[in-house]
Design a protein around this ligand. Sequence first.
Ligand code: ADP
Length: 450
Amino acid sequence: MINTLLIANRGEIACRVMRTAKSLGLRSVAVYSAADSHARHVREADMAVALGGAKPAESYLNGAAVIAAAKATGAQAIHPGYGFLSENAGFARACEAAGLIFVGPPVAAIEAMGSKSAAKALMEPAGVPLVPGYHGEAQDIDTFRAEAERIGYPVLLKAAAGGGGKGMKVVEQPAHLAEALASAQREAQAAFGDSRMLVEKYLLKPRHVEIQVFADQHGNAVYLHERDCSIQRRHQKVVEEAPAPGLSAELRQAMGEAAVRAAQAIGYVGAGTVEFLLDTRGDFFFMEMNTRLQVEHPVTELITGQDLVAWQLAVAQGEPLPLSQEQIPLNGHAMEVRLYAEDCDGGFLPATGTLSLYREPALQSGWRIDSGISEGDSVSVFYDPMLAKLIAWGADREQARLRLLSLLSEMQVGGVTTNLAFLQRTLAHPAFAAAELDTGFIERHHSALL
Ligand code: ADP
């Protein structure tokens, strides 16, 4: 049914999706902004269409231009990657109206999970455990004060429309609530055009463990195990691994089944990720569901031997899931780090410049590199500063960790400041090697990592 696929994205994920499209014999269409006319995703595509200016709003977020490009090139389907239009219900609806397949979940499922508050309200009756909290309509300070008292401090304020850690504030004591609420609301309004907040118990030393789920159009749904993404800075993932170290088979199954219930409760189809916090007692709580392919999907691919983009394309064409729950393998261990153009010493601010040196080593056993850049590219202020994902598989966690360290040591990057040394110190840290993982890891070991 699909013979031409338009990829509405740039960088590594555009190249990643194209790789599978090629392996399936599909023609791939790239789209690009004025800043990206020589980019790798454009060179690697069979066809490429210019969208407009360098600013995302003029190019990668311009849904009408993307749909016009699909029509002009005879594409039957659009893969949105992650970010940009990938969780935009209006865009998914416009694809449908234009007779194009949106490679993602149904519009209703995107909408259901678009608000963290609404999502939590849907999860409760589905028997998915929630972090104790308040996610109601009332937004006045008196309600928040009473709810925070009920939950118990410290609490975490979160933007209902939030993402990327924006609009989140930890409040340690009642005296700070009013000011924190006002400031989080302002931040949420500026970032998402929506100031609605929810409040949750702020868990101490939790792990971020998320479940990869997949559902088809015939009512089948499975989980492809979990990823541990506890190594974060400012609530953003830095290292991801699968499986989660130390998770018992029973807990893995319980979390997997809860994630599948979450997906089924909203009529989910396609690839999705259900994010949980796991506390020190082994209890887990739903945070949110991401209705797209995740940045960190490669670690799941390496332990299951599956191509998740191929699964997405199969499901989008109405095919049943390739495997049943019992058939999904879990083999060895995989670890991924995100190579960012950023200045770790200067507060992790994005770095820009020209990549005067960029050499990836020839791949060795267990190594995988997902990148979308080349030497000489410029790293601009317009887009996410992730340069590449460096990934390793091993028979066990320690082999994966050592292989990833050796891959990092052979990367040659110059001209732009990156977090390469920071990543190496993180992976080499004895506490990381001992799998002492929780979301406070980087803050706790800060001085040893910089
Ligand atoms: P976003 O959508 O902005 O990324 P999330 O809700 O996914 O926000 O949370 C991002 C991260 O923030 C989590 O991975 C975790 O580290 C931290 N976090 C979120 N909720 C809580 C909580 N209730 N207690 C402690 N940490 C939390």
